[in-house]
Design a protein around this ligand. Structure first.
Ligand SMILES: [Cu+2]
Length: 171
């Protein structure tokens, strides 16, 4: 009986809250390696199209390179890090701290925004890492996916949770 209800819920398009928000396609990754951060944007603000997607890069994430997207302008905010981070065989002390794409995504469409990054060994396995995202829409509306769950809570407990990544031990 239970699996029939689950199948029905899935068919009715009930995706369980947080899934319909801006999320990361790959929700787990080991530290000390590169990671392809794919931000999924499944809707606009109400019916309004998305005009800008801004991603803040958390500390401990370096080697940040966004993937260009036809019709979208990329802007980078660079700065110095709070400490020196090891990345492969070198140390980095500054880099990209924010990435934004500016363009137009109608609410009828779905899109993905990709950033290649390196997850440093300074990040703690077992912890969640959050990438706050601001989604600006036509008409001045916005979604601020910046809510970071406190302990004992999950993304589903929030209206606008920040996309989260579960950090795994170094492989
Ligand atoms: Cu949503």
């Amino acid at each position: 009986m239970r699996h029939i209800l689950l199948a029905l819920a899935a068919f009715a398009g009930f995706t369980g809250g947080a899934q319909a928000h801006v999320t990361l396609a790959q929700s787990e990754a080991p530290v000390g390696t590169s990671y392809r951060a794919t931000f999924r944007v499944p809707h606009g603000c109400g019916d309004s199209p998305t005009l800008k997607v801004r991603v803040r890069i958390p500390d401990g994430v370096v080697g940040v390179k966004p993937m260009p997207k036809a019709g979208w302008q990329i802007d980078l905010v660079k700065g110095s890090y709070d400490k020196s981070y090891a990345m492969y065989h070198s140390n980095v002390t500054e880099g990209v701290k924010e990435v934004s794409w500016t363009g137009n995504l109608p609410n009828d469409y779905y899109e993905e925004f990709v950033i290649s990054v390196y997850l440093t060994d300074d990040l703690a396995p077992g912890r969640m890492l959050y990438f706050p995202v601001v989604q600006e829409c036509e008409g001045g509306g916005a979604h601020r996916w910046i809510e970071i769950p406190t302990s004992g809570k999950s993304a589903a407990d929030y209206k606008e949770p920040a996309p989260g990544l579960k950090l795994l031990p170094k492989q």
